[in-house]
Design a protein around this ligand. Sequence first.
Ligand code: SAM
Length: 431
Amino acid sequence: MYIGWLCAGWSGHRGHGFIHGHDRRVAGWQGQRLDRAPQLCGAHSGSSRKNSAAGLSDGNNWRVKLIKLLHFEKLQPLCPRCRQAGGSNSSLDIRSISKKTHDTVIEGVLVCTNRECLGEYPIIDGVPIIVADLRTYVSQNIISIMSRSDLSETTESLLGDCCGPGSAFDSYRQHLSTYTFDHYGDLDPAEREDSPVVPGSVLDLLKAGFSEMGERVDGPAIDAGCAVGRTSFEMAKTVDDLVLGVDLNFAMLRTASLVLLEGRVVYPRRRVGIAFDKREFPAALEGASKVDFWACDATCLPFGDESFSLAASLNVLDCVQSPFDHLKELSRILKPYGGAVFSAPYDWNVNATPVEAWLGGHSQRSESQGASEIMLRSILAGGEHPHAIQELELVYEAEAVPWSLRLHNRSFMKYLVHLLVLRKKPQSSQP
Ligand SMILES: C[S@@+](CC[C@H](N)C(=O)[O-])C[C@H]1O[C@@H](n2cnc3c(N)ncnc32)[C@H](O)[C@@H]1O
């Protein structure tokens, strides 16, 4: 079976610095065909809850101080492997903590409480990795997980030259460059004000969606496909509760986590070709105490039904392996009356999504003529569509909203996205 193209998703947009020849090769490295990998589980069948959060909290009041535990305890993540296997809701526990600061678990292990499973999920650099197929995830993200940030710009550039264009290292740096510029470039004192590409494009999409939602949100929020996380911090301004940013790109999550833990942005900003400048600047963001970042799959979220009051999915639909499963998951985890801000450039790419799973973008002979926005509307309208999602209603939409990404000093990509605001119907109006 095909296991998810864990990282191909984020190289999905051809314009994201992977135009022409490169993207296929990069995705091939990241998402080889793999038979179902054995899970890391049961390694400690004699596990006790001695070292669990519950155990450690006895006599220690650090528990209430830990941001991660606030999220962990309130959001109660479920074992994704148990969910995928049979839909059972097994909770996770904290097995061990190897490193922590006064308020955050930096390194540790979560474990499934189902004794038939005992699946383990690591917390690395403050980011818990809660994905069903951990072994595939780790093997595909090992460069990001093990990468170091202490090397000088000079050494990094030498290594970049050695690896060359189209390499995994090049791909890693280009993604960080493009998304970190858009999310945090407004805070970078070195960013020229007369630059032809203005950062903050994704924030504008989020704000446009929020302006149609109105009231403040009471209840937890999830930012699916948060990348380097600025939108999660922005959501924290609107939400009187916790915000969780989830993504599958470990390098981007680590960048987000650094902002959260140290109030600092560090990233390679692409100048041209494989020449990058190391940028570093402070980023003290309002509401940071409410935010956390986890590695989770937006098509198989490790949360119970109706866990969140607000969701954002910005430019993610055409980056996941199953757009339909992503929509279903958003619908499932939203509480009744919960809202979602949603945008999509419909820039379909087989490196991210098999053609069969695209919503539109093919079959122009059909009634929708292959238009993705028509397909999405018809799925959301419920009714006869085989993939109809009955629980969400479309409350607002705008066409051709600009979303720009910087590729390098002389290149940027402008998309015209479909922006939607969705609302979960109350139970009574569901058929
Ligand atoms: C085009 S980027 C958009 C990022 C961000 N929302 C923005 O608009 O700036 C798509 C993001 O979705 C993430 N992604 C792709 N597949 C995913 C999945 N199955 N689960 C969670 N995130 C995923 C990618 O890693 C990437 O960060």
